[in-house]
Design a protein around this ligand. Structure first.
Ligand SMILES: *Cc1c(COP(=O)(O)O)cnc(C)c1O
Length: 426
């Protein structure tokens, strides 16, 4: 079997391996469903991305995979963090990511979250004038000055699933393009905030380069207007991310992205005589292909399709149901066997939409076989739930061929965490 660009995967005695570890052994040892994460792959992905942008800062988008061990290794690599909630901020700081390299994003932050941003000395990406006024008041009361950027909506439409396009004019994210200048003017008049940057993010799983070029141009147009009209020189220009990965087929690389945006960024910066730092916020690219989800076949049923019923569904990997996403599927204990059957892989959840993969050509599948869903590291476990009374899976981290449990399997008791029976029901 040729794993192509996924060179952390391999085959040994007909079994799938990840960083040299036999996944059939891992499943036997730890049970399924099981997430297996490859530390080396995450580090290499980070280094590849950072190397493509040697003068930029890379802020990992924590929402893609917020496991504390993942955050810790990225902190060691020198990553900053893009956080979207108080909980993500808490975890990023705990993992050792320095506050000066954390940007607190979000379109609907609570006052408590804004207070936490002030107290922890992180920067805030402000998404509305309401938020600006609240933050200025909270910071002033605390005798602080918070560095801010505005999240702007550049109105570009990448060809991706509509649920993950975030830079369209209809999107809930960001300050509308025509209100950006007025927002900076208002911020200049307020105590408690210092204008340090500008921020955007046009969507996720983007496989074409032209939307990035369009976004970079529009961002530099705004930077130029801020300089010319407000004499404002920004410390940073954060262009988010959205670089897609090749779940199937091919995808642009970080170098392709750099070759697309850097010439625009550099030329316009030179023309304006500004030295703003470029920031990027990759999530999916860093962790997406670094984890697999292992599940066991419970049943094979010939019906309208031939359904392979496995022990993981959208409770553990929501993307196929939410975005109609395609994930590569492998029968992990039958590598090298001829793929002469067609199967639909169904989860155990009581919903018709709980299908992980449709009409896949695979070797003959039987009860007890081990199925590996590839590229499950981004927006996988992070979006998991206990729906249908299913304890969440455990997670194993493989590092140089050695596996360690980094999350224990949940128990039935975990399903009841925080619940109690009121006295009248006792
Ligand atoms: C989700 C998100 C990212 C990361 O997107 P990917 O497609 O995973 O790279 C970056 N920045 C912001 C603001 C986001 O919301």
């Amino acid at each position: 079997m040729d794993f192509g660009r996924r060179d952390h995967l391999g085959a040994k005695n007909g079994h799938l391996t990840i960083d040299g570890a036999d996944v059939v052994d891992l499943a036997r040892q730890h049970g399924t469903p099981l997430y297996v994460i490859d530390e080396g792959r995450i580090r290499n992905n980070y280094r590849r991305f950072a190397a493509a942008f040697p003068d930029a800062d890379v802020y990992y988008a924590v929402k893609a995979n917020g496991h504390i061990a993942v955050l810790r290794m990225l902190a060691q690599e020198g990553a900053g963090a893009d956080v979207f909630s108080d909980g993500e901020l808490y975890a990023a700081l705990l993992a050792g990511i320095p506050p000066e390299r954390i940007l607190f994003n979000g379109n609907s932050k609570t006052d408590a979250e804004l207070r936490m941003a002030c107290e922890t000395n992180v920067r805030v990406s402000v998404d509305s004038l309401d938020e600006l006024r609240a933050l200025a008041r909270i910071a002033s009361e605390a005798n602080k000055e918070v560095e801010i950027a505005f999240r702007v909506n550049p109105d570009v439409s990448p060809a991706t699933h509509p649920k993950i396009a975030t830079g369209l004019v209809q999107s809930k994210f960001g300050i509308p393009h025509h209100q950006v200048l007025a927002s900076y003017v208002e911020a200049l008049s307020l105590e408690g905030v210092r204008l340090a940057g500008i921020h955007c993010h046009i969507g996720s799983q983007i496989l074409e380069l032209s939307p990035f070029a369009e976004m970079m141009t529009r961002m530099m147009d705004l930077v130029e207007a801020l300089k010319n009209e407000l004499k404002l020189e920004l410390d940073f220009i954060d262009i988010g991310s959205g670089l897609g990965i090749p779940y199937a087929g091919t995808a642009p690389t970080p170098i392709d992205l750099a070759n697309t945006v850097l010439p625009i960024f550099n030329a316009r910066s030179r023309a304006l005589d500004i030295r703003s730092k470029l920031i990027l916020e990759p999530g999916r690219y860093i962790v997406g292909d670094a984890a697999i989800l292992l599940c066991t076949v419970n049943t094979v049923k010939e019906a309208h399709s031939t359904f392979v019923g496995v022990d993981a569904g959208f409770n553990l990997l929501l993307r196929p149901t939410l975005y109609e996403s395609w994930h590569e599927v492998i029968v992990a204990n039958k590598l090298g066997k001829t793929s002469d059957h067609v199967y639909t892989i169904a989860g155990p959840i009581c919903e018709s939409g709980d299908i992980l993969a449709r009409d896949r050509r695979l070797p003959r599948v039987e009860k007890g076989d081990l199925i590996a869903i590839l590229d499950a590291g981004a927006y996988g476990f992070a979006m998991s739930s206990q729906y249908n009374g299913r304890p969440r899976a455990s997670e194993v981290l493989v590092n140089k061929g050695e596996a360690e449990i980094i999350r224990r399997r949940e128990s039935y008791g975990d399903l009841l965490t925080g619940q109690n029976i009121p006295p009248h029901l006792l």
